[in-house]
Every structure is written in structure tokens, then in C-alpha cells.
Ligand binder design. Structure first.
Ligand code: HSE
Length: 322
């Protein structure tokens, strides 16, 4: 392909936070939440990249080509065979890092969506390709699928690449995320998992995750029964003891509480909005450290990208990933 002229192009991207696993749906189920990282990317004449970060990660994340968002843009350009132009990035982040709310998946999706916008009219990146590119970098699809497509997603991996199904969540479902001050590394959490599990535990999770899909889209009153898990949370509990203790307490009090992603945040799936306040109060009264309660709506749209008006007068319309 001849090198396209991308000079003057600027795109704006918005990507939601996500909570993966949702209890039994390990590496499969994910929910998009209305808390966003925003990004603006402009093509510049000089090669290389600069990154300006405000909000979460300011002064902490890399601001050169090693930045995860820049790497995701580079990965996408490389995949479609277009040379990477020089770039200026401005990120405004709200998704907490290292807390199990999909911040690395959001960074990867931000870069891939920015590349989609910058390559508009040059290469068409469809939903499946976007998911495959994101999964290449993240290693499992359960955060990047809802970050890309919004709502509740079921993601699975085939020899031909990852696939997804997006579902619309019942309007009674009311997520509360409780965010501690401590962080957890996904790599460490994954290293605590055994290579194999008892057959009855696998059956236990198959039944609960099938039920969970029904609970989330149709029968929120089943959320407590549907969020039980035997595949990952107990193996990781020693690495996040207060998370484990508070989840036990919340569940004993009738709340559908699970570890959000690899933790250490807690996700409570209320079956109506009033449950969130009661769950947040219980944690405030019982926790030994500070937990920030975030009452978040489900995001139904997923990631969007738009061309920012330039000298050529391009208009701004949000394009979703699917
Ligand atoms: N399914 C993943 C895990 C989500 O629990 O390890 C975190 O990235």
C-alpha cells in the first residue's frame, strides 16, 4: 500500500471502564461501566510520540513510545501495513489503575480505536478485527470486549481468533464498585491459579455462569445465586484478604458481591438501585481501610472515536466499535 497522507488528522476517543469475570464467568464475561478514559491523538510532522496525561496515571505512566496506548496504535498500524506517523497524545484518565477495572484493557482499546479513526477512509477495521488486535495485547478478551462494545459481553476464543456476543443488561441491575487504596497485579493473581480444577468445581461454574447471563438480562433476583464461583476467587484470596473478608460479609448479607476482574476492587451487582447504598454502608462500617464507593451505570455504547474538525472542515461524529 502507498503511504497514506494522514497529516492534520486528529481523533478523539472515549473508552469505558470494565469489570471482568463477574464471579463465575472467568475470562469470559465482562460488563462496561460508565466511567471513562478520554484521549485525543494528532498526527504531527516529526516522527516519534509524546504523551500528556492528566488525571489517573499523571506523573506515573510512560510518556514516550513505550506508553501502552502508543504501543496499541503502533500494533494496529503494523497489522494493516501502514507506517506509523509521528503522534501527539493527550490522555484524560478516570479509570483507577491496578484495581480490577480494566484500565490496561481501556488503554489498549483507546489506542486501537484511535488508530481506527486515524485510518478512516484508508483501512476499514471491523468489530472482529478490533477485538483480535486488543486480545493480542491483553491476552484474554473479557475486559477488552465490553470496553470495545459496551453492555454485557460474552467473549470466547476460537482457533480463528476471539469472538463476542453483546447483550443488553436488565435495567434493574445496579452496579456498585468499591475501590480500595491497594493495587493488585493481574499477572500475580493469575499465577495463583492452579493448572487444573476438580470436575465438580467446573460443573459448579458452568451452572452459575449460565444462570448469571439469565440473571443479568432477565432475572436480577437471581444475581446472588448466579455470582458464586469456584474457579478463581478462593485461590487469589490470600493476596487480597480484606477484599475476601468484605465479599464474604456482603454475600452473607444478601448482596451479590464478587471480585472485580483480578481485584482488589469489589463489584456488587444490585438487583435494584437501593441495594447499592446499603452495600456501601455495610462496607464503610466494616472495613479496616478506606474503600471508595462508585455507583456506576452500565455503559451501553462501548468505545467511540470521532474525527476532530481540522482545516479541511471535517465534522465530528462518534463512531462506535461495532
Ligand atoms: N479474567 C481476568 C483475570 C481479568 O481474572 O485474570 C483481569 O484482567
Amino acid at each position: 500500500m502507498t503511504t497514506p497522507d494522514l497529516r492534520g488528522r486528529t481523533v478523539a476517543v472515549k473508552v469505558p471502564a470494565t469489570s471482568a469475570n463477574l464471579g463465575p464467568g472467568f475470562d469470559t464475561l465482562g460488563l462496561a461501566l460508565a466511567l471513562y478514559d478520554e484521549l485525543e491523538v494528532s498526527v504531527r510532522d516529526e516522527p516519534g510520540a509524546t504523551v500528556e496525561v492528566t488525571g489517573v496515571g499523571e506523573g506515573e505512566v510512560a510518556t514516550d513510545e513505550s506508553n501502552l496506548v502508543v504501543r496499541a496504535i503502533a500494533h494496529t498500524f503494523e497489522a494493516v501495513g501502514v507506517p506509523l506517523p509521528g503522534l501527539n497524545l493527550r490522555a484524560r484518565n478516570s479509570i483507577p489503575h491496578g484495581r480490577g477495572l480494566g484500565s490496561s484493557g481501556a488503554a489498549i482499546v483507546s489506542g486501537i480505536m484511535a488508530a481506527k479513526g486515524l485510518l478512516d477512509g484508508v483501512v476499514d477495521l471491523d468489530a472482529q478485527t478490533l477485538l483480535a488486535l486488543a486480545n493480542d495485547m491483553e491476552g484474554h478478551p473479557d475486559n477488552v470486549a465490553p470496553a470495545l462494545f459496551g453492555g454485557l459481553t460474552i467473549a470466547w476464543v476460537t482457533p480463528e481468533g476471539p469472538r463476542f456476543k453483546k447483550l443488553i443488561v436488565h435495567r434493574g441491575v445496579s452496579p456498585l464498585v468499591l475501590v480500595p487504596e491497594t493495587v493488585m497485579s493481574t499477572a500475580l493473581a493469575r499465577s495463583l491459579q492452579p493448572q487444573s480444577v476438580p470436575h465438580e468445581d467446573a460443573v459448579f461454574n458452568v451452572s452459575r455462569s449460565a444462570l448469571l447471563v439469565a440473571a443479568l438480562i432477565q432475572s436480577p433476583e437471581l444475581l446472588h445465586a448466579a455470582t458464586e464461583d469456584k474457579l478463581h476467587q478462593s485461590y487469589r484470596a490470600s493476596a487480597m484478604p480484606e477484599t475476601d473478608r468484605l465479599i464474604t460479609l456482603l454475600r452473607e448479607n444478601g448482596f451479590a458481591a464478587v471480585v472485580s476482574g483480578a481485584g482488589p476492587s469489589i463489584l456488587v451487582l444490585g438487583s435494584d438501585p437501593s441495594q447499592r447504598l446499603a452495600a456501601a454502608r455495610l462496607v464503610e462500617e466494616s472495613a479496616e481501610t478506606r474503600w471508595q464507593p462508585l455507583m456506576l451505570a452500565v455503559d451501553f455504547k462501548g468505545a467511540t472515536v470521532s474525527r476532530v474538525a481540522d482545516e479541511s472542515g471535517a465534522t465530528r461524529t462518534d463512531t462506535p466499535a461495532a
